[in-house]
Design a protein around this ligand. Structure first.
Ligand SMILES: C[S@@+](CC[C@H](N)C(=O)[O-])C[C@H]1O[C@@H](n2cnc3c(N)ncnc32)[C@H](O)[C@@H]1O
Length: 501
């Protein structure tokens, strides 16, 4: 094992993910819901991500937010080299890539940051590396700046510890060097234990569900999640204590469903939460037990300055959002944090109708839909929590976003990827063909011709009703048909999201 990795598993690269949750506009939305002041994204601001992996999230914000200076920090050289290629291809002058450990960064010249992002790191590093991160915050977080920490949480992870332990011990006992093989062997062995009637799987309710979900998950991701020597799932109070050492205090969550407490919390839960309202640590921990949290998305601020109610409402009025999904028929019920919520058509129909025309502020939506502001604000928060709407970046430029999507596609080559960066929102999740269609639209070329060329160049094959479409004439007819559907259904979404004028 190389020494530079400080015990962190680096034999397998992390997956290429982008998380809409930590776009500057989304963080600002959550801060506004928490009655906190936010950095003005129309003015210069600074943003750092610690352990950025391949850096898809941070690089995409660099493309969308010309006023931000973005600093990606990750010691993995191959991930940093890949990100450098993306930065150069997309000509992102405001993205600074530091191929350094957190500890090494403590000696570097850096600006004071408005945002520091730490997602999927704290649970998998040694205590002394967590201390480096706290020292980084102490040194480089602006007074009033926000830190987002996303980490594995208790009590949801309590089931997993023993499963992970068997996988780790199995890997040690066989001496298998390839982590993906070791992981697969471990998973198969656990399955055998379960099938043999191991009492653990009967006694611990959701152990089987975890195991089943791992068989479906990306193996590179799971290696990082399960085979790292370090793993710690935190109780909220433990995280709060560590974050206090860096002079930061909890202000809210990036899991937007948490702002819908009156809507999604059963009466019985509300009563219990009321009982413990005097202690933030206990209240949040009880909430984690009520919902069996496995992951937390916490926001901590250095020296929070809560806004008075009138100012907080004014700020919420100005939040701009965009409808990201297709305007399909409205389901009657949806699930948020495991709780069923009824979407009242008299509230959601007018909100979605108005938002389907383009990005709009909360205030505009409430006026146009004829709803009281609080009703419209709650409906919009539900749409964002469901991922059907997104917070809008205020100053994104079409050219920069196009350049980013095309540079990313060039770099990915034949690798599968299912998202497009947009101008009026963040990442739009879409299917394989949808993405190619979107790239053709952005390039202004004939989609059928473009997709056909890509298929050939990248050795991709399409299948229809379970059968590969190989014959050129059949492929052409099939693609023409698909493109017609996408012209009708996808083009309006691309238009709304600013990828097509
Ligand atoms: C699980 S990945 C998370 C990537 C990204 N934040 C995400 O959520 O998609 C953790 C990243 O932290 C980096 N990392 C771990 N320990 C580090 C350290 N001490 N200094 C710098 N980077 C580190 C790893 O190289 C890896 O890319």
């Amino acid at each position: 094992m190389p020494e530079w990795n400080q015990g962190y598993m680096t034999d397998v690269n992390y997956t290429k993910n982008a998380f809409n949750e930590f776009s500057p506009a989304n963080i600002n939305f959550a801060l506004t819901l928490s009655s906190q002041p936010v950095p003005d994204l129309n003015k210069p601001f600074t943003y750092a991500e610690l352990g950025a992996g391949f850096g898809l999230s941070i690089s995409s914000w660099a493309a969308q937010y010309p006023n931000g200076e973005f600093h990606s920090i990750d010691f993995n050289p191959s991930q940093s080299a890949w990100l450098t290629k993306l930065r150069d291809g997309a000509e992102l002058k405001n993205l600074h890539i530091h191929e350094r450990s957190f500890n090494q960064m403590l000696g570097e010249e850096l600006p004071q940051f408005d945002y520091i992002i730490i997602h999927g790191i704290l649970s998998w590093i040694k205590p002394e590396v967590r201390k480096d991160i706290r020292d980084f915050m102490t040194k480089f977080l602006k007074p009033g700046g926000v830190v987002y920490v996303g980490y594995n949480a208790q009590p949801g992870w309590s089931t997993v510890g023993p499963l992970r332990h068997i996988i780790l011990e199995g890997a040690k006992s066989t001496g298998e060097k390839n982590p993906i093989v070791a992981l697969t062997q471990g998973l198969n062995f656990l399955k055998e234990l379960k099938e043999a009637g191991a009492v653990y799987f009967k006694a611990v309710g959701n152990a089987s569900n975890w195991l089943d979900s791992w068989f479906q998950a990306d193996r590179n991701y799971l290696v990082g999640e399960l085979l790292n020597n370090e793993h710690k799932a935190f109780y909220f109070s433990e995280m709060m204590d560590e974050m206090a050492e860096a002079k930061t205090s909890y202000v809210g969550s990036l899991e937007l469903a948490n702002y819908l407490e009156p809507l999604i919390t059963p009466q019985e839960f509300l009563k219990r939460l009321e009982q413990v309202s005097g202690s933030l640590a206990l209240r949040e921990t009880v909430k984690d037990m009520l919902y069996n949290s496995t992951f937390r998305y916490d926001l901590f601020v250095k020296g929070p300055q809560p806004l008075p109610r009138t100012k907080a409402e004014k700020a919420l009025n100005k939040v701009k959002v965009v409808l990201s999904g297709l305007r399909g028929s409205l389901p009657e019920k949806v699930t948020l944090k495991g709780v069923q919520v009824t979407l009242k058509p008299e509230v959601y129909e007018p909100v979605m109708e108005f938002l389907s025309k383009g990005p709009a502020t909360m205030e505009e939506t409430s006026k146009a839909s004829g709803l009281k502001f609080n009703q419209a604000a709650q409906a919009i928060t539900v749409l964002l929590a469901l991922g059907w709407a997104q917070a809008a970046p205020p100053a994104a430029k079409v050219e920069a976003v196009k350049k980013y999507n095309l540079a990313l596609d060039d770099l990915l080559g034949p690798e599968a990827f299912n998202s497009l960066l947009t101008v009026n929102g963040s990442w739009l999740r879409c299917g394989f063909l949808d993405r190619l269609y979107g790239l053709a639209v952005m390039k202004g070329v004939d989609p059928v011709k473009f997709v056909t060329e890509m298929m050939k160049e990248r050795d991709w094959q399409l299948s229809h009703e379970g059968q590969p479409v190989t014959e050129a004439a059949k492929l052409k007819t099939f693609l023409k048909d698909q493109v017609k559907k996408m012209d009708e259904q996808l083009l309006p979404v691309f238009k709304r999201m600013g990828l097509y004028s």
